[in-house]
Design a protein around this ligand. Structure first.
Ligand code: NAG
Length: 258
């Protein structure tokens, strides 16, 4: 009843939009970029920047692993707790998620925790939804409000392979059926990440305090457990730091420090 199931038949409809996916809501207020480009700072059309030196936007801290093996990723799980609310609210949007993208960078599938408003809705609270962005199109499930300290389990699963160019996936938060999104006919998803993405952060206190620990990170391929080494990227100018506490494909642990 509450499950949102968006079935996508992409086939010839996939079109490349450079190397990133860029999306705003109807009012142009919220931006969501699904690629690892830290150089951009998006301007929000009708909202001039209130501070000359704004914090960086986009993927400000993340860890990633690219599957170059022959066997496709079949399962990617991550657990993390909902942080306490940021001390200040300046209209920022903070996203925390595990995600997976195809080699083309033209799509992203992700179970997303957000604070603030996004195209999916939200407000001055934490909420979760699964997202699938492909080309210029964006799909997401209903948002579900979540509470600080609640432990989330983001799960991305390869459910079947139709043929070499049509892979079928599900993204969901375990136990929250209305966060489940289905993507069929996708390109093979090869690039796995653990990410902090943010927009319109004006000051450090717009982030949560302390750190977020992504744990129980597991990646499986159809052939078994791959050899995984996580790399990290951090926007250190804003004091953010990504750290790999435990490497590997089983029970890996990655900390993002605010
Ligand atoms: C793969 O399957 C999709 C979806 O059924 C179909 O549209 C496409 O033509 C198929 N491609 C090949 C190469 O068979």
């Amino acid at each position: 009843m509450t499950t949102v199931l968006i079935i996508l038949h992409l086939g010839g409809n996939v079109h490349l939009v450079g190397d990133e996916i860029h999306m705003t809501d109807a009012s142009g207020t919220v931006v969501h970029v699904g690629h690892n480009d830290m150089s951009h700072v998006r301007h929000r059309g009708s909202h001039p920047e209130p501070h000359p030196k704004r914090e960086q936007s986009g993927w400000v801290a993340y860890a990633d692993w690219y599957n170059t093996g022959k066997s496709p990723i079949s399962n990617f799980v991550t657990s993390w707790p909902v942080p306490a609310a940021p001390k200040t609210y300046s209209g920022q949007t903070v996203f925390l998620f595990n995600s997976i993208e195809p080699a083309s960078g033209n799509a992203i599938l992700q179970p997303v925790l957000q604070y603030g408003v996004s195209a999916a809705g939200g407000g001055k609270y934490w909420s979760i939804a699964s997202w699938y962005l492909v080309g210029s199109q964006t799909y997401f499930t209903y948002l579900t409000k979540v509470q600080p300290n609640q432990v989330l389990n983001g799960v991305i699963t390869l459910t079947s392979i139709t043929n070499s160019t049509a892979y079928n996936y599900v993204s969901e938060f375990k136990g929250i059926s209305r966060s489940k999104i289905t993507a069929t006919g996708a390109e093979q998803l090869v690039w796995a990440t653990e990410t902090l993405e943010s927009y319109s952060v004006q000051q450090r206190s717009d982030y949560p305090t302390g750190s977020t620990v992504f744990s129980g990170i597991g990646i499986k391929t159809k052939a078994g457990v791959p050899k995984v080494t996580w790399s990290t990227v951090s926007d250190s100018a804003d004091g953010l730091k990504t750290k790999v506490n435990t490497q590997g494909a089983t029970n890996a642990k990655i900390t993002i420090q605010y």
